[in-house]
Design a protein around this ligand. Sequence first.
Ligand code: ASP
Length: 298
Amino acid sequence: MYMAKPVIVVHGGAWGIPDEQVDENIKGVEKAVREGWKILKTGGSALDAVVAAVNSMEDNPIFDAGIGSVLTTDGTVEMDALIMDGNTLNAGAVAGLRDVRYPIKLARHVMEDTPHVLMIGDGANRLADEFKVERITQDELVTEDARKGLKEWLKDQKFGETFGHETVGAVALDADGNIATATSTGGVTGKRVGRVGDVPIIGSGGYADNRVGAVSTTGHGESILKVNLSKLVLNYMETGMSVQIATEKALGYMAVRVNGNGGLIAIDKDGNIGHGFTTKRMVWASIKDDDLESGINA
Ligand code: ASP
């Protein structure tokens, strides 16, 4: 039987990440990558590993996912998430969630327990009831920092400014050679109510295919959507480019073609790692052969 060497990479988002939050961001991704690694190391699946890593960051208020999510112009939280199984190409996604503690868990229920791929609004809520997914109130989701972020944003209403809280994601390869991706976000500060970004859209916020690799993205959602950033990376890899070159080329294409900034993590089917960003910073961490690496600056 083919046994692969497990690998996991996580990100805690792109944009500026203020200096005073650098340490906490790095600590957060290192904790998350260890959660995922525990599962891979003991023979667990790539899907379980990416969910564990993302859950850890959904719970951490330093990131823009779950608790700590950034706010709409109404001051509310609306969260999106996507999970994809590279073995079957099954995928599950949710958009506009307001009271689900771990959006990535609900996305997994969409993938595994319904015939659908993307669920929103009422239907997503009913699914959360059906599968007894843990709920959370808006009061518990909204942090003081998120409120401050919205206040700052309202001054000049420029998207792409950082308020220190960023989207999260993970990609992993397990010992059976299966690959998975997961991405979870509160979106961007100052988004309109009902705005959906790249994250829950397959090929944009993430993609996984055992035959090629997996990607999870972060950054300006509207730009990522226009170039299908995740799928673009895999398309480049299919032409024979290494995962790192494909990462850089796809981000370069997004910058030139739609003037968009972002970042991404990627792995190929052999477990080689790529990461890159065109924003000021992107926090990431990886574990391969029991070696943990992490970074935040270019
Ligand atoms: N891509 C996310 C969105 O636009 C935000 C981010 O990654 O910071 O919803």
